[in-house]
Write a protein that binds this ligand. Structure first.
Ligand SMILES: [Zn+2]
Length: 351
């Protein structure tokens, strides 16, 4: 072992600076050719401190830096279960570039089993780029912006249906108007392997008010996608495997690890218009449709009733399309999602 240490010491002295640098996120610090795990500390302010579990895998050779963000919403588990499997498959000795893994972006949501909102009442994916002195969701967003997104060249925000959402797998390709960024994001979505893609056209363009995790990367000129696989607080193998395979496939696509398996799709269904249907009042939700169901304009999506069973509102499809997700449990707060309908624009080869 001693000779190995001497060998490592010699290497450290001989190699140029670019090959010696260290990738650091919180207490996770990896020299080139190494991987490390640790914690990104979010200091206490008006509410308690949080520690975000992170890993860094720093390839032997410099290249793209892909950030994988899991568990932005507290009861979306498939990505949280997938990332340790991705970590195991990454071999920094064979990598040209690096991967940052945020294993759980929202620990208060996860450990508190909180659907949609953190303990501060905020949606973790609506507060980016965050605030250093804000409430806990804002401080987490700030820490991830500064320590993860700012260091990355590409970002994937990994979601599924929340604890109450029955969801078909799909991804979001959000357009920025920057043709190079948009083309690279589209290629990432093909590589991730979910063959159903929602085109987003109205993301905020101001980097200081980026709102979403993915949009924080996009407004900083970095290709990024949001992916959705799984839901209903489940960790079914098909949904977890799709997250794992998708992340590794983008690692391969970016040339970071050439022998990672590809999950690239060769056919894609595009949705060019989508709408989240929301509860006009607090009530008890009775869905009438299921995920993947095709609906006509005006079709009944479900009925919102009061606790005695009287109808408060009938929710109907605003246009013909496919149900990408349906809230499948009864509670509905005013303004909360009940489902999402998306209009199919085309099914065509992925190119
Ligand atoms: Zn989510």
């Amino acid at each position: 072992m001693r000779s190995l240490c001497l060998w490592a010491l010699t290497l450290a002295i001989v190699l140029p600076a670019s090959a010696q640098d260290t990738l650091t996120v919180g207490s996770a610090a990896a020299a080139r050719g190494m991987k490390a795990s640790g914690w990104l500390d979010v200091p206490a302010a008006a509410d308690p401190a949080v520690r975000i579990p992170v890993s860094v895998v720093h390839g032997t050779r410099p290249g793209p830096v892909l950030a994988l963000v899991a568990g932005t919403h507290g009861v979306e588990y498939t990505s949280v279960i997938a990332l340790p499997r991705v970590l195991k498959r990454l071999d920094p000795a064979r990598m040209t570039g690096s991967v940052i893994l945020v294993h759980m972006a929202n620990p208060p949501g996860f450990y508190g089993r909180r659907v949609y909102y953190g303990p501060d009442g905020l949606n973790q994916n609506r507060v980016y780029p965050g605030k250093a002195d804000g409430s806990v969701s804002e401080r987490i967003a700030y820490a991830i912006t500064k320590s993860v997104i700012d260091q990355a060249t590409h970002v994937i925000d990994m979601h599924c249906g929340d604890g109450n959402e029955s969801l078909r797998p799909y991804s979001y390709w959000d357009l920025t108007g920057n043709q190079s960024v948009d083309a690279q994001s589209r290629e990432m979505s093909f590589a991730f392997g979910l063959g159903h893609i929602v085109v987003g056209r109205d993301m905020p363009k101001d980097a200081a008010k980026s709102v979403y995790t993915t949009n924080t990367a996009l407004t900083r000129g970095k290709p990024a996608i949001t992916v959705e696989s799984g839901g209903m607080s489940l960790t079914d193998e098909a949904s977890v495997a799709a997250q794992e395979a998708g992340a590794l496939s983008v690692v391969r696509h970016l040339g970071i690890q050439a022998d990672a398996p590809s999950a690239r799709v060769d056919k894609v269904t595009w949705y060019d218009k989508s709408e989240v249907l929301r509860a006009p009042a607090e009530g008890v939700w009775y869905p009438a449709v299921e995920k993947t169901q095709m609906v006509q304009a005006g079709a009944l999506i479900g009925t919102l009733r009061d606790p005695f069973g009287a109808t408060l509102a009938e929710i109907r499809a605003p246009f013909a399309g496919e149900m990408l997700y349906v809230v499948a449990t009864p509670p509905a707060g005013k303004g909360e999602p009940l489902g999402m309908v998306a209009q199919v624009a085309a099914s065509e080869p992925a190119r």
